[in-house]
Design a protein around this ligand. Structure first.
Ligand code: UDX
Ligand code: UDX
Length: 464
């Protein structure tokens, strides 16, 4: 079977870039990206491609090349479903905030809504591709909804988890380490799997396309994220030990990373990992293990999250302690709000939790981030529900000029590793700040010896 029309439900951080790449590499396939959020679709269609809703290096250019040719963004979900041979589901699957599994399980209500809509609308056979990260055996639930509510047409279900990392989405999509496609073990299932293999084969070499059964594919996505996050928590656990001994966590990371069995990547100690996936997927894994009565397995993975929460909290605590045990009424400037550099995504960013802690200590927090909007910063804080929206606006200021942001600050803290922070005139920053000028580097980003020479009192994660 040859795919000529693809629909993707969900124009988010995953759906948007992934479909743009498919459109760019498969000019013979028409790709419709749909979303219920009209505002989001409107910005994907903005005549000025620098206004698309997601900031990713290289993405605007790709959108410019493909949009209106074989890539379309629309809110007409039904028409896109009707026209498609293959439908990717790329809607969000947040952690449940209510009922059974609250705070742990993935909320599948959007996935279910999509499945019901597809079943209701489809008049021809479709291949359904799970792109969203899902708990193992979600395909079973999808199958049940599709078969019981459909118009008698046939659905094949594939699992094709996305491994792109934000900030490098375009290059990850262009040169993936692997593409994983799980299928049901039936003749039709295999044919559907081959149809998706053929789509990716337009630019990914065969040996990088792995085919498995559906359950392995679903579980592999959770496992990959759990392993990656576990490395960050492991090095962060060591960073605390380094601070009380005379070891330097960067030196330790380099020393162990050269062991080819361990490898050098994902050993960068930080103020804690963020992002939409790591915490959610581990909680999900923990919940699944618990559901099957595997308490030790659940506890083992939960520790990765406990360590990460500890890392964020201890960084904030360190600021308070260093500033003579009180930050009340003191101006503290946070450089960076995004959960990593080169993205405007702030989901689960460590900065949110550090800011909240400092606000509880009555600090006057000022934030500067090169890509995150003011509204996003307030909305992240308000979402925590620690204090009223008005109070957040009164206590926290967002500044769009970094030099202004640090003016008269008691302390400056680096929370995201944006390249531009390294380029700043730190001598000038020092002059703008109150003395003693405290500098907290949550990303081990700056040249600390140089900072000390300028006159800063420097604290950095992982160094005594
Ligand atoms: C999402 C999931 O969070 C992640 O687990 C998965 O791996 C990929 O999809 P992301 O693309 O980052 O990640 O989410 P988000 O940016 O929130 O985009 C989801 C989009 O789906 C939103 O624009 C939302 O409006 C849309 N949506 C949601 C629908 O179009 N229909 C729905 O019923 C629900
Ligand atoms: C992650 C996975 O890498 C990706 O494969 C999956 O599809 C989605 O989840 P993402 O969350 O976009 O991607 O970014 P990633 O680069 O993995 O970083 C996650 C967090 O860990 C960031 O806050 C980052 O700053 C932090 N991190 C990463 C560290 O603190 N140290 C490291 O060494 C690496």
């Amino acid at each position: 079977m040859k795919v000529s029309n693809i629909c993707c439900i969900g124009a988010g951080y995953v759906g948007g870039p992934t479909m743009t790449m498919i459109a760019a590499k498969c000019p013979h396939i028409k790709v419709n990206v749909v979303d219920i959020n009209k505002k989001r679709i409107d910005s994907w269609n903005d005549p000025d491609v620098s206004n698309i809703p997601i900031y990713e290096p290289g993405l605007s250019d790709l959108v410019k090349k493909t949009r209106g040719k074989n890539l379309f963004f629309t809110t007409d979900v039904n028409q896109a479903i009707l026209d498609a041979d293959m439908i990717f589901i790329s809607v969000n699957t947040p952690t449940k905030t209510y009922g059974v599994g609250k705070g742990m399980a993935a909320d599948l209500k959007y996935i279910e809504l999509c499945a019901r809509q597809i079943a209701e609308v489809a008049t021809t056979d479709k291949i359904i591709v799970e792109k969203s990260t899902l708990p193992v055996r979600t395909a079973e639930a999808l199958r049940s909804i599709l078969d019981n509510t459909g118009n008698g047409v046939h659905f094949d279900i594939l699992s094709n988890p996305e491994f792109l990392a934000e900030g490098t989405a375009v290059s990850d999509l262009l040169n993936p380490d692997r593409v994983l496609i799980g299928a049901e073990n039936t003749e039709k299932g295999k044919k559907a799997q081959q149809a998706l293999v053929d789509v990716y084969s337009n630019w990914v070499s065969q040996e990088r396309i792995l085919t498995t059964n559906v359950w392995s594919s679903e579980l592999s996505k959770l496992t990959a994220n759990a392993f990656l996050a576990q490395r960050v928590s492991s090095i962060n656990a060591l960073s605390e030990l380094c601070e009380v001994t005379e070891a330097d966590v960067n030196e330790v990371a380099r020393a162990i990373g050269t062991d080819s069995r361990i490898g050098a990547k994902f050993l960068q100690s930080s103020v804690g990992f963020g992002g939409s996936c790591f915490q959610k997927d581990i909680l999900n894994l923990v919940y699944i293990a618990q559901t099957y009565g595997l308490q030790e397995v659940a506890d083992y993975w939960e520790q990765v999250i406990i360590m990460n929460d500890h890392q964020k909290r201890r960084f904030a605590k360190k600021i308070v302690k260093t500033l003579f045990n009180t930050v009340s009424g003191k101006k503290i400037t946070l450089l960076g709000w995004a959960f990593k550099k080169d993205t405007n995504d702030t989901r689960e960013s460590a900065a949110i939790y550090v800011a909240d802690y400092l606000l509880n200590e009555q600090a006057e927090v000022t934030v500067y981030d090169p890509k995150v909007t003011n509204e996003q910063i307030y909305s992240d804080l308000n979402y925590l529900g620690t204090r009223s929206d008005e109070e957040n606006r009164r206590l926290l200021k967002v500044e769009n000029n970094p030099m202004k942001a640090v003016e008269n600050a008691h302390a400056t803290a680096v929370l995201t590793e944006w390249d531009e922070f390294v380029q700043y005139d730190w001598k000038q920053i020092y002059e703008h700040m109150l003395k003693p000028a405290f500098l907290f580097d949550g990303r081990m980003l700056l040249d600390h010896e140089k900072m000390k020479q300028i006159g800063f009192d420097v604290y950095t994660i992982g160094k005594g």
